[in-house]
Design a protein around this ligand. Sequence first.
Ligand code: SF4
Ligand code: SF4
Length: 289
Amino acid sequence: MIISIASGKGGTGKTTVAVNLALSLKDAQYMDCDVEEPNGHLFLKPQIEDSISVGIPVPEVDKSRCTYCGECVRVCEFNAIVVIKQKVLIFPELCHGCGGCSYICPVGAIEEVEREIGIIEKGKAGNIEFVHGILNVGEPMAPPLIRTEKRFINNHKTVIIDSSPGTSCPVVQAVKGSDFCLLVTEPTPFGLNDLKLAVEMVRKLGIPLGLLINCSDIGDRKVWQYCETEKIPILLEIPADRRIAEAYSRGIPLLEELPENKKRFQELYYEIEKEGRRRENEATDCNQW
Ligand code: SF4
Ligand code: SF4
């Protein structure tokens, strides 16, 4: 089962939930897809065994062949290539590595060269199989790195994907293909606003979802009302606890500091499984009609 953990906004405790859910299971794979700011490793402290460089193919133009016809410019959807008089300019940071320009070039003047966008590290954190992607500083191409990282999904394990916050392309790339998406939120007006956007995104992806409300004793009751109206199951509520915040600031997983919470996370996993099965059955019933 692949469970992605997402949140409409940052700072809701998404990584805490992802890390501790992985720690509460016997045989999990934790995959940090928050490649711009991966921090699951600060808590799990994995032993890294392998590091893989990830790049995308970007064009390089052979000036001796180029006729400056501009075909490559016309095919590029991302404005990553420009022809000015007798010059072809490439903007590698804008290039998505689609290969369209080299395919279209009538004189074969474009060669593709690899540009590194980040790395993937794999290792072990106790029983947990650990994978994270690290995007190069200032690099905008997170989705291709996440796509490559997800090739390391181990289907024999319960996979916990820690996505970045928000609803942008990297989040969609991290969440899509999951069997279930757990959204983490806080019951504040900002939390609710961003939660609505996240729910919309997950529903568009056709993934069953549930909610974990962190710091459930702050703010107002609007998140509960929204969930009732939208029929979104609330799978766990965690009240604000200074000890959790302190453990977080020291890079200590909640379950290490407060092991009595292990059962709650195991129950959360069973709820997710149950909810996932219920949605599957509903879909089968609909198909039978
Ligand atoms: S399509 Fe090829 S020949 Fe035409 S401008 Fe681009 S690189 Fe030059
Ligand atoms: S590879 Fe694709 S994105 Fe990159 S410059 Fe060529 S057409 Fe544009």
